[in-house]
Design a protein around this ligand. Structure first.
Ligand code: FMN
Length: 217
């Protein structure tokens, strides 16, 4: 089977300081390229292009089938995907608000029983590792369990060109291999989980709206 993966670009910082802006677009290009090389079907989700309403209101708060068009559309994309790449810069040692805000619109039932991959980056030397630690908790609660390997890109502006290709002098094969360790795990789990979702008859019911659905004593 060919898994279908949504690649979430976790930055909407299209202008202003610090420069360069939207380093995330370069990292996203690299993920899309590596996944395409593996024959994986991808769609990039860009928060700038999603017309999410403000103030914040989760999709399930609108009632069944009555959400804003942009959120309903993204909900369908999330529902039909087999896995997710979550790309985030590190802002104040946390994942970007652009990504967490977007994901918070959707209940865990849309993500459940599918894997995710954590990809972080920064302009500095730590590559977003501190943000990645809390992303693991966030994504687990969302239901899309992160695979064990992660990608962290320090000094992303020195690794990638504006167009997402490697800069001259960068060991692209080595970086490709590093990305592949995580993306191969994601592809493996995406395929395995998709097969299991087709055949399993005993999936625990998703927690949808009411805390009593957790069945906590
Ligand atoms: C509000 C804000 C907070 C930041 N905090 C961190 C941080 O905690 N750690 C870090 O390594 N870089 C931090 N940076 C620098 C980012 O790594 C850098 O600006 C990067 O380009 C952000 O990704 P983006 O361009 O895709 O938005 C921060 C940048 C901003 C705008």
């Amino acid at each position: 089977m060919t898994p279908s993966i949504l690649v979430f670009l976790g930055s909407e910082r299209v202008s202003g300081a610090p420069l360069p802006t939207r380093l995330g677009a370069r990292v996203s290009s690299a993920c899309l390229r590596r996944l395409a090389d593996k024959g994986v079907a991808t769609t990039q989700i860009d928060p700038v292009e999603v017309d999410a309403p403000h103030p914040f209101k989760p999709l399930f708060a609108y009632g069944a089938g009555k959400g804003p068009e942009a959120l309903d559309h993204l909900a369908d994309q999330i529902r039909h995907a087999d896995g997710y790449v979550m790309i985030s810069p590190e802002y104040n040692h946390l994942m970007s608000p652009a990504l967490s805000d977007l994901l918070n619109h959707f209940g865990s039932s849309l993500f459940s029983y599918k894997p995710s991959a954590i990809v972080t980056y920064s302009a500095g030397q730590w590559g977003g590792t501190r943000a990645a630690v809390s992303m693991r908790t966030f994504l687990s609660e969302l239901g899309c369990l992160p695979v064990s390997a992660m990608v962290h890109v320090p000094h992303a502006q020195d690794v990638f060109h504006e167009d997402g290709g490697y800069r001259p002098g960068v060991d692209g094969d080595r970086w490709d291999g590093y990305f592949d360790r995580t993306l191969d795990q994601l592809r493996w789990w995406s395929e395995a989980a998709a097969r299991q979702r087709c055949s399993a008859t005993d999936l625990p019911k998703a927690f949808v709206t009411n805390p009593t659905e957790r069945n906590a004593p």
